[in-house]
Design a protein around this ligand. Structure first.
Ligand SMILES: [Zn+2]
Length: 237
């Protein structure tokens, strides 16, 4: 007789929409974002007292590419769930899904900004106002990263490109930008070498002019002496 397996597994089933999430993340929002809805799973927080709003598991660890949000965000407890907070957390995790392995870098920041800019106004304020430096914390130079992200997002957000395609474009551009940044020391070295070569050429030129100027006086003196000697010699002819 074979033993009954003691191993259990979790299988997802579709669940009713929490009203607060349904009110914040609507079909109208997906249309504005030009985004296919990304499934979301609500979980109770766990752990050692750390609080989190959401996370995006690696796609291979999901059933259907879902992202995870903390259940408390859509539950009315002491405070009523805020639509702008729900949107910003959901879209933050969706941005992770659309820029796999980017973590919190400039590419991820640009993706978040595209979504936030497209979302427009919620709770009386533009959603992009909720963007923070946290989104680019993995970059060495956060200022430069945010500047790049803003420029890229402002260019892509008004286009007709789907949000998923924007993610691909951002990742392609980010790879090129990083390569350009990584080659900066070599470019600076080449620039300094060109300046030095120009300075050396100028110095050599000045020296040549000075030498010629000096020899001109010698030639003039020589010519004068020759003329004088010739004049004296002519007298005795
Ligand atoms: Zn994140």
């Amino acid at each position: 007789m074979t033993m009954q397996s003691p191993v259990v597994a979790i299988r997802q089933v579709e669940a009713p929409l929490p009203p607060a999430f349904a009110a914040a993340v609507t079909q109208e929002l997906f249309d504005k974002l030009r985004l296919e809805p990304v499934p979301v799973m609500f979980q109770h927080e766990y752990g050692n007292g750390d609080t989190w709003d959401g996370y995006c598991p690696h796609r291979t660890n999901t059933e259907r590419g879902e992202v995870v949000m903390a259940k408390r965000l859509v539950e009315t407890t002491l405070i009523k769930p805020k639509a702008s907070h729900i949107q910003s957390v959901y879209l933050h995790e969706v941005a992770h899904r659309l820029t796999p392995d980017a973590w919190h870098n400039a590419a991820f920041s640009a993706m978040t900004l595209v979504l936030y800019l497209r979302a427009g106004v919620t709770d009386g304020a533009e959603l992009w106002q909720l963007v923070s430096l946290y989104d680019a914390q993995d970059e060495e130079d956060v200022g430069t990263a945010i500047a790049w992200a803003w420029k890229t997002a402002n260019e892509l957000a008004p286009t007709e490109l789907s949000a998923e395609r924007c993610g691909e474009v951002i990742l392609e551009r980010y790879t090129r930008w990083r390569t350009w940044l990584d080659e900066k020391p070599q470019r600076e070295e080449a620039r300094q070498a060109a300046i030095k070569a120009r300075e050396d050429a100028t110095k050599a030129n000045e020296q040549l002019v000075a030498d010629l100027r000096e020899s001109r006086y010698w030639w003039a003196a020589g010519a004068f002496l020759f003329g004088a000697l010739a004049a004296i010699a002519l007298r005795f002819l």
